[in-house]
Design a protein around this ligand. Structure first.
Ligand SMILES: [Zn+2]
Length: 322
């Protein structure tokens, strides 16, 4: 997969092409209505070349050529107006006037390029549109208010989980921390991972979200070069991305190969100081049974545990929506 920056530059190139085509269409339209325009433009070109060589040779008729050019430009404008065109009808067309679609102003990235890069970073994150909406600001603690005698404890736990998750999302690139989010189904693990992902994206970090199920499919496909052709590039992205999120570990179909591949990703990311968030419905014992000792010991030593709590929120949400 190409980097967001390369993708953004390609889109800028398309914008430049589209504008050049539009300019061409306008030019032909003007020439149809005002054939003299061609002559004036040819003259302008000639005078322009003369002016340039005059500057280089420091000749005396510099001022005369300049006047010629000015009067030709005036003639051109009048011709346009006479034929019902706006006077800037043939001017260069730019989608961004600030950088003239180059993407740079004074050697710095223009806002338009920054916006495109962040758009592609968002798209490459693989967070669905629905998940992109899930932010810490929208974390609804009232969902945890119906837990009977456990309400106070659950609320306290979830507030702590939320605090830790915010803290992590704000500075994982400095702390190089990793999170293992454990908890029963429907206790908000995916919501929290989405929140973390979105905060990281807001900070301009690259994020790659994938369910464990799909990640293992991708790993398997990349091994045999089957399935979608993107598999190999997605695997590379899983190694390189600033923040990797693997959701719902334990639901996937594993083979010796995929387990080894997962271990390599987890291990490489730890070594290179890149953070990973993994969520699972399983407990440590189940994890150890399902995965090798090598993998679980990496979790224990290098991952912070976040334990969610409470009843299945999906049931509460369903009732609320009725
Ligand atoms: Zn710009």
């Amino acid at each position: 997969m190409e980097s967001a920056y390369t993708q953004a530059n390609k889109e800028l190139e398309k914008i430049r092409q589209k504008n050049a085509e539009l300019q061409n269409i306008r030019h032909n339209e003007a020439l149809m209505k005002a054939p003299n325009l061609g002559e004036i433009e040819a003259d302008l070109m000639k005078q322009g070349t003369r002016l340039l060589s005059c500057v280089l040779k420091k000749c005396e008729d510099f001022e005369d050529i300049k006047k010629n050019i000015q009067s030709l430009q005036k003639e051109k404008t009048e011709l346009l107006l006479k034929n019902g065109f706006a006077e800037d009808f043939l001017d260069d067309i730019y989608s961004c006037e600030k950088c003239r679609d180059t993407g740079f102003v004074d050697g710095r990235r223009c806002d338009c390029l920054k916006k495109l890069v962040s758009k592609y970073i968002g798209e490459n994150s693989n967070l669905t549109e629905y998940m992109r909406e899930q932010t810490f600001e929208k974390f609804d603690f009232s969902l945890f208010a119906n837990q009977g005698e456990n309400t106070a404890t659950t609320l306290k736990i979830m507030q702590k989980v939320c605090e830790k998750a915010i803290d992590f999302a704000e500075k994982f690139d400095l702390t190089h921390e990793n999170f293992l989010i454990m908890g029963n189904a429907g206790t908000g693990k995916t919501f929290i991972t989405s929140c973390i992902g979105n905060r990281a994206l807001e900070r301009g970090k690259t994020v790659y979200y994938q369910t464990a199920f799909r990640l293992f499919e991708i790993l398997e496909n990349s091994r045999f070069n089957k399935g979608d052709d993107d598999s190999a590039e997605l695997v590379k992205y899983a190694y390189d991305v600033d923040l990797l999120i693997v959701d719902d570990l334990g639901t996937e179909f594993t083979t010796q190969f995929t387990l080894a591949a997962l271990f390599d990703i987890i291990n490489s990311r730890i070594i290179s100081g890149k953070s990973t968030v993994i969520s699972t419905n399983l407990g440590f014992e189940e994890l150890s049974n399902l995965y090798s000792q090598r993998i679980t010991s990496r979790f224990v030593g290098n991952y912070q545990l976040l334990q969610t709590s409470g009843k299945d929120l999906r049931e509460i949400l369903r009732k609320r929506n009725i």
